[in-house]
Write a protein that binds this ligand. Structure first.
Ligand code: ADP
Length: 451
């Protein structure tokens, strides 16, 4: 086992990782930017080191600074969290070259899945269905029009290097194609430094269902069931739950086997998530694999009892997987992402100082956060300030607990997405589990939020 772990991240996930390390008896090194001097992860870690100014490219993306800190302080492993360097194969390779364990998959596996267009090809060859679409990247409008003749509209243009819902455009007819191609490429180039795009059939009302996997260095793959992440705004997740109301034991088994096959085909190790879209006929299609811990991993932890972050560390240290190969969920868990954004003003970021902060508690409630009263949410990073996760014996109890928790939650000084969540949890379609990826757009009226 390792003795000292550096956490190359910030915010709630850095805190989450420090907690796992501490429970395993490992000492921790936090790194932070000048904007994060007063952060909770800095306070909780055994040692903390400033790695640069506020902009992420100068600090949390600054590989030389992070690696030299790791060498200086004699760490034997780095956990990258999510975002920042988590899915950067070059960073994973630098760690390997420096004799530091990267707590995640190999650079080769990250690379294979990092290009969503080539990942589709690999997955198809492994015998798992992908959303019908282009074979590889699409060069120009004419090539896209050719594919459209076969598939029909609507289509979705996606960035090969994409993530976080960016670089995607839905196209309803031939007239929209040129503009959508140009915009998607420009956005992809700006966001990911790679303007390559590909095309998929745009599925009507699918559910977003993803399978959490763990894989050890011996090639053993375990699946921890699914999460339903259909409540999204602009293709970004807001509420996640496990199990999915659209997934029974038979479909769960099929999804789990498909996810394991994808992991095996990629020679994957550590924690990962295989994402699928599931249509009304329960057909499922691979969309991408995320090669890191995800924001929403906590809902799986609540229904399986497995500490996924500790498993990540154990796997990276070469230990054999000690969890069952396939798991059925126990009870039901829901997560609401509390962002520093104003849902009544089109989710406008709302950084600033939090003057009062009283998180909820009680049976079945878990709050993962890095903020506290007096904390100033910096404008430089993503706006997630807390994750509230509710567990219940069934979905109804999980919802009731979540509603109770959100009512207790006091955050003053900034706007948050709590009013959005309260509205979503009241929604009749949500209550019935009729939740597809267009739920927010189709079933919610954001102009009447009671903020
Ligand atoms: P990202 O990597 O940016 O998260 P994904 O490929 O995972 O992108 O897709 C994010 C979301 O976009 C999905 O959960 C779904 O809501 C929507 N989406 C993506 N592809 C399709 C598709 N082919 N049909 C319908 N919706 C899609």
């Amino acid at each position: 086992m390792f003795s000292k772990v550096l956490i190359a991240n910030r915010g709630e996930i850095a805190v989450r990782i420090i907690r796992a390390c501490r429970e395993l008896g490992l000492s921790t090194v936090a790194v932070y930017s000048e904007a994060d001097r007063g952060s909770l992860h800095v306070r909780l870690a055994d040692e903390a080191f400033c790695i640069g100014p506020a902009p992420a490219r100068d600090s949390y993306l600054n590989i030389p600074s992070i690696i030299s800190t790791a060498e200086l302080l004699g760490v034997d492993a780095i956990h990258p969290g999510y975002g920042f360097l988590a899915e950067n194969p070059h960073f994973a390779e630098v760690c390997r070259d420096c004799g530091i364990s990267f707590i995640g998959p190999s650079p080769e596996a990250i690379q294979k899945m990092g290009n969503k267009s080539t990942a589709r090809e690999m997955v198809r060859k492994a015998g798992v269905a992908i959303v019908p679409g282009s074979d590889g990247p699409v060069r120009d409008e004419a090539a896209a029009a050719g594919i459209a003749r076969n598939l029909g509209y609507p289509l979705i243009i996606k960035a090969a290097g994409g993530g976080g819902g960016r670089g995607m455009r839905v196209v309803h007819n031939r007239d929209d194609l040129r503009r959508a191609m140009t915009e998607a490429r420009a956005e992809a180039e700006a966001a990911f430094g790679n303007g390559e795009v590909y095309v998929e059939k745009y599925l009507e009302e699918p559910r977003h269902v993803e399978v959490q996997i763990l894989a050890d260095a011996r090639g053993t793959v375990a699946t921890l069931g699914e999460r339903d992440c259909s409540v999204q705004r602009r293709h970004q997740k807001l509420i996640e739950e496990s199990p999915s109301l659209g997934v029974g034991p038979k479909l769960r088994r099929a999804l789990s086997r498909a996810a394991a096959r994808v992991a095996e085909a990629a020679g994957y190790t550590n924690a990962g998530t295989v994402e699928f879209l599931v249509d009304h006929a329960e057909r499922f299609y691979f969309v991408e694999m995320n090669t890191r811990i995800q924001v929403e991993h906590g809902v799986t932890e609540m229904v399986t009892g497995i500490d996924i972050v500790k498993e990540q560390i154990r796997i990276a240290a070469g230990e054999r997987l000690a969890v069952p190969r396939e798991m059925e969920p126990r009870g039901h868990a829901i997560e609401c992402r509390v962002n520093a954004e104003d849902p009544a003003r089109d989710f406008l970021p709302s950084p600033g100082t939090i003057v009062a902060f009283v998180p909820p508690g009680g049976p079945g409630i878990r709050v993962d956060t890095h903020v506290f009263a007096g904390y100033t949410v910096p404008p430089h990073y993503d706006s997630l300030i807390a994750k509230v996760i509710a567990w219940g014996q069934d979905r109804e109890e999980a919802i009731a607990r979540m509603q109770r928790a959100l009512r207790e939650f006091e955050i003053a000084g900034i706007q948050t997405t709590i009013p959005f969540h309260q509205d979503a949890l009241e929604n009749a379609f949500f209550r019935r589990g009729e939740v597809y990826v267009n739920f927010v757009q189709r079933r919610m009226d954001l102009t009447v939020l009671h903020v």
